[in-house]
Design a protein around this ligand. Structure first.
Ligand SMILES: Nc1ncnc2c1ncn2[C@@H]1O[C@H](COP(=O)(O)OP(=O)(O)OP(=O)(O)O)[C@@H](O)[C@H]1O
Length: 932
């Protein structure tokens, strides 16, 4: 008897309830023992983590890639809570990532935001922000190129083995809309693209071929077994010709057309089974929509148009005619706790596990029949989905395959029947309300989807923390009492959504759980997918209880009302009515339309069915708090989005302000640079004036003296000729620089000199020599200042086009000094050591004061700028003559214009101009002297 195999699991229950392991019962009835074992397992499932005592069967060959190690409770010396013989084990939820391929150019982005790093890790990058992203680990990562058969073999096939072996399994696909959940579960009609559901059905029927029972037992609720009812046998739905369908089939022509070719690609895999057993296969199909549970197979045997549920016959309406809408009625089903006599623990209280009251379960005898049923359910789902939202599945669909197995020798003993289940869940898209841009009914629908997924996440969160706490408690020898342990455990909020209520037995009871995470990496929903990743990370840290052997179920009295034969209670149901027109344009078909009225009845509130007495009262406060949490969560999300928008705007503003400031700084530097250049020019003018005053350029000597020193002046000119500069410039890079425009145009000062004779100045050579000495000192001073200024400008103007390389500048300076020295040496032959103050006095004496102008005769003085020259002309002193030359301009203004063109006049250029000016001036003077 298979139930005997469960005996060791009794130790789990007993040990969790008592301080000391009980003495093993000598010979408990196998079935009861097994049931107790299951009950005890369930009682611990939500709280135990890491209590594995034996190595479990690995559903995937690369099990080494399984999640991060979870806390493991150390074995306690003396009082082991779990014996080595325990066959119920803890296994973490497996999380498989499946990355959807890019289907076409109409994807929102061509750049995927998800990179697979290895078989188990991916990196997510937010394309809109560098700062966000992260690494995520999975039990296994399936790349976009993964084919359906590979995916099935590596994820679902082990659970199909388990199912036929008497163990439970749950597979749920989680992901945002359009990520490939339905494709993964159902597949498509292309060759070889069947999903995990049709493949599972193929393999089950391949394997039970010739081992099917005569069907005298039927499953009741979750664990109960009852006498079979004639209505359990599905009429062959090969042509899907249920009465109501023509109207809808025409509307959904494409869908129906694709219903026939599914068997072509059947999976040929066969699992070898114990031929001493008989099997029967049962299918149920529900959807959870707007927090209500609807049976998607309800119309199959009740299509008499009596309003029992499903899609009633279309007696009065012609498809495509909108005058009389098709009335589509369906009734929500209640979810109830399993009664005590289905599964008892030693206290007589029903354990975890809730069933759907009134759910139809149909026995199927072939894969084709099973697939037809599934397709019918899908059609119903599609109809209601179309009515609700034509774009995507907004409901969670739950298909459960049950296998009843009994030994051939115990055909008549219902207590020997083993029931195992495999549930496949196609969850609704997990996107947030904001992105669906929904309002009204759609908002409520999205809220309910979010609510059920949120509750699922919360359940996992609580289970994880319970398991961690339990592991910590077990690690503490002083707190080994089960009551102590239970005290620290939180209640898992399964009952706060219909989805978790239906699935809770897999988490709190027993069964392997697999989560398929579907991701479309070309979708823009980075936030939503991050959320999905977080959810999967959480799931991987939760463990469920896995029984390594089948669990026999208790017989349910056939006198008790069967879920499938129940009559609808009297009384007016609360109903929601929606009127919708749906239309379809199939290829080569004309437009067809149908007007449907959906009549959704609420589940019965006051139900006196069995199991009600075991139901815990729902705490309205808890429910209200839950709604509050949901509301707060949505508000938090909106607030986060607002914050993100404000942050983005603020960043933009700050950037603009920074740019503005940078521009202002740039302008300031440009202005300073210009004023610096002007200052230098003024200094240069002053230098030139001083040179003139010192008689180096325009001589201050009397003609007689000048004639005597003519050869000397000629020498000066000669020495000032470019043979000097040639030595330094010729080899210098600077010599290749374009010459100054001032140079090309000629020096305005040289061509437009104003001459007058100052009788008080430069009357003898010694005085002239002294003056030269003073001028030399002043020039030295000025040159030093210039160099400083030059350095400052260079520092401010780094990198500009007009920057003079230091080497060139240096060479230019040395040239300037050498030239100056030569000129001075030639003209004076010695350097003066007079003080600066004295020089200033003498310069004052050389100024263009009125008395100086009045007394001017044969001396030549070049006035520093045009203004002074004009003033001198206006003063009209004797001998004063101002001859404006062609194209004469104010040097400062001219240079400003050049600066405006970014053609800054460098000091070297000025120096060149000065040199040229000196030559011309000297020549002119010599000519004049010769002429006189
Ligand atoms: N692995 C895949 N290979 C090829 N096509 C795929 C794959 N996964 C998904 N698709 C295609 O992507 C589209 C969207 O997939 P699917 O309908 O399964 O998404 P979904 O997540 O179920 O969306 P919803 O939540 O709206 O139901 C479909 O056309 C499907 O055929």
């Amino acid at each position: 008897m298979a139930g005997r195999a469960k005996a060791p699991a009794l130790a789990i229950r007993t040990s969790t309830r008592t301080k000391t392991p009980p003495a093993p019962s000598p010979s408990p009835p196998p079935a009861i023992k097994a049931i107790k074992a299951k009950a005890s397992t369930r009682s611990m499932a939500a709280g135990v983590s890491g209590t594995k005592t034996t190595v479990s069967k690995k559903p995937l060959k690369n099990r080494a890639n399984s999640p991060d190690p979870k806390p493991v409770a150390p074995k306690r010396a003396g009082k082991p809570l779990f014996t080595k013989s325990t066959i119920a084990e803890q296994e973490p939820i497996m999380a498989y990532l499946r990355i959807r391929p890019r289907l076409g150019d109409d994807e929102p982005t061509a750049m995927p935001y998800l990179d697979p790093l290895s078989d188990t890790a991916v990196r997510m990058t937010d394309l809109s922000s560098d700062s966000r992203g992260g690494h995520w680990r999975f039990s296994h990562v399936f790349l976009p190129s993964t084919q359906q058969d590979d995916f099935f073999a590596n994820t679902t096939l082990p659970l199909v083995h388990n199912l036929l072996d008497g163990q439970n399994g749950l597979i749920f696909a989680y992901g945002v809309t359009n990520s490939g959940k339905t494709y993964t579960i159902q597949g498509s009609n292309k060759p070889g693209s069947g999903g995990i559901l049709p493949r599972t059905l193929d393999i089950i029927f391949n394997s039970v071929e010739g081992l099917q029972s005569d069907g005298r037992h039927r499953p009741v609720r979750l664990y109960g077994v009852g006498e079979a009812d004639p209505s359990d046998f599905t009429p062959p739905p090969a042509d899907l010709n249920v009465p109501s369908e023509p109207a809808l089939a025409e509307v959904l022509a494409e869908h129906m057309a694709s219903a026939d070719d599914s068997d072509v690609h059947a999976d040929p895999t066969v699992i070898k089974l114990d031929r001493n057993y008989e099997y029967s296969v049962w299918i149920s199909y529900v959807e959870v929509y707007n927090e209500k549970v609807y049976d998607l197979l309800a119309s199959v045997n009740d299509g008499q148009g009596n309003g029992v549920g499903g899609i009633p016959p279309n007696t009065t309406n012609v498809p495509g005619q909108g005058a009389n809408p098709v009335i589509v009625t369906r009734k929500a089903l209640a979810v109830k706790p399993c009664p005590a006599h289905d599964a008892l623990d030693d206290s007589g209280v029903a354990n975890a596990g809730r069933y759907i009251l009134g759910l139809k379960q149909f026995r199927v005898s072939s894969a084709a029949q099973a697939k037809s049923l599934v397709k019918l359910g899908q059609l119903h789902r599609r109809v209601f989905g179309t009515l609700a939202n034509s774009q995507s599945s907004r409901s969670h669909s739950i298909i459960t395959i049950k296998i009843l197995r009994n030994h051939r020798g115990d055909r008549d003993d219902p207590s020997s029947v083993q029931i195992s289940r495999l549930t496949l869940v196609d969850l609704a898209g997990s996107e947030r309300t904001k992105h669906t841009q929904t309002t009204g009914d759609r908002l409520k629908e999205a809220g309910n989807i979010n609510k059920s997924l949120m509750v699922l996440g919360q359940c996992m969160e609580v289970m994880r923390s319970n398991q961690q706490r339990l592991a910590q408690s077990l690690a503490n020898p002083g707190r080994s009492d089960t009551r102590d342990i239970k005290r620290v455990l939180a209640v898992v909020p399964f009952r706060h959504s219909k989805l978790t209520e239906i699935l809770m037995d897999y988490f709190a009871g027993d069964g392997r759980v697999i989560m398929i995470v579907n991701v479309n990496p070309y979708d823009t929903g980075f936030d939503e997918n991050s959320h999905v990743m977080k959810f999967s990370a959480l799931a991987r840290e939760v463990s469920t209880v896995v029984n390594n052997g089948p669990v026999p179920r208790v017989h349910t009295s056939p006198t008790k009302p069967s879920a499938t034969t129940r009559q609808e209670p009297s009384g007016l149901p609360r109903a929601i009515t929606r009127k919708v027109t749906i239309s379809s344009f199939g290829a080569g078909k004309k437009l067809s339309e149908a007007h449907l009225e959906v009549f959704e009845e609420d589940e019965e509130v006051n139900d006196d069915q069995e199991g009600d007495s075991d139901d815990e009262p729902i705490n309205p406060l808890v429910d209200a708090l839950f709604d509050e949490i949901e509301d707060l969560r949505l508000r938090l999300y909106e607030a986060e989005m607002r914050c993100a928008i404000v942050e983005a705007e603020t960043r933009e503003e700050v950037m603009k302000e920074m740019e503005e400031r940078m521009r202002a700084v740039e302008r300031t530097y440009a202005t300073r640079l210009m004023s610096e250049v002007e200052r230098n020019e003024r200094k240069m003018d002053a230098k030139i004036d001083m040179l003139h005053q010192a008689g180096l350029l325009g001589t201050a000597k009397k003609p007689a003296v000048l004639s005597n020193s003519e050869s000397e002046i000629e020498d000066i000119i000669k020495d000032s000729e470019p043979e000097d500069s040639g030595q330094e410039y010729g080899t210098d890079a600077e010599s290749e620089m374009p010459s100054s425009p001032l140079h090309r145009k000629g020096n305005p000062l040289t061509s437009k000199t104003m001459e007058y004779h100052n009788p008080q100045t430069q009357t003898d050579a010694s005085r002239s020599g002294k003056m030269n000495d003073h001028a030399n000192d002043a020039i030295s001073q000025s040159t030093d200042e210039d160099e400083d200024a030059e350095d400052a400008v260079s520092a401010n103007d780094d990198g500009s086009d007009d920057y003079i390389p230091p080497a060139a500048a240096k060479s230019s300076k040395s040239y300037k000094r050498e030239t100056r020295d030569k000129v001075l040496k030639k003209s004076t032959g010695k350097r003066s050591t007079r003080s600066v103050s004295k020089l200033e006095q003498e310069i004052k004496g050389l100024s263009i004061a009125g008395d100086a102008l009045a007394g001017a005769d044969d001396s030549v003085v070049i006035l520093p700028n045009r203004k002074l020259r004009k003033a001198a002309v206006e003063a009209g002193g004797p001998g004063v003559e101002y001859v404006p030359g062609k194209g004469e301009v104010d040097p400062v203004k001219k240079k400003k214009r050049q600066l405006g063109k970014k053609n800054i006049v460098t000091e070297d250029e000025v120096e060149e101009v000065v040199g040229a000016m000196e030559h011309r001036s000297l020549r002119k003077t010599v000519r004049r002297m010769r002429a006189s």
